[in-house]
Structures are given as C-alpha cells and as structure tokens.
Design a protein. Sequence first.
Length: 126
Amino acid sequence: MERIAIHTNAAPSAIGTYSQAIRVGNTVYVSGQIPLDPATGELVDGDITAQITQVFDNLKAVAEGAGLSLNHAVKITVCLTDLSHFAKVNEIMANYFELPYPARAALGVAALPKGAEVEVDAILAA
C-alpha cells in the first residue's frame, strides 16, 4: 500500500528523521507533537496549560493538513513528564474533540525532546 507523507506549515516541521504524518489508505498516523511554535520552532512560553494547548493546536493543524479533523482521531497517546498534569490534559482535550472521544493511552516519561513537558500523537481514520 502506498505511503503518503503529510506536511503543513501550520504545524512545526519535523526535527528529526520522521514526517509530520503518514497516510496509508484511509488511516493517518500523526507523529508525536510537542509544544513547538510552528513559526519559531521553539517551545512556547508559558505554563503547562500553554504547552498542552500548543500540542493540540499542532495536532489539529496536521490533521487539517491531511484533509481531516481531530474528530477523525481513533487513538491518541499522551506522554507527560509529570502525571499530575493529566487533569489539565482532560480539560483542554475537551476543547478539541467531540464525543465519542478517541481511545487514549497516557504515559509518564522521564524526559521529552527539547525539554517539553507533554507530547501527543494520534491515529486518524477517514
């Protein structure tokens, strides 16, 4: 099956050997997004709320770059360096998704790229 790379300037460019997303058939696999400002490539200023919001803005931009929306998400994975922020993830996530919410996994991790406190990836189905 053909793999098609997805790229949008509305989300941060990849900072390594990966694509923002890959479409295979009707499924789009979105790479993990950290709270990078797409314009500067740097972490957003602010607290964990600002970081989580930027991550979901980035995911939304990549989904839209694939011609979809976050409501096409069937699975997301949330990585946090401090699991005490999980309630904030739930609060902010509700602004980006509609029922039925996607399946989700949450992981506590020791560190994330560029010192980010949160990273989220997604699988979208058209």
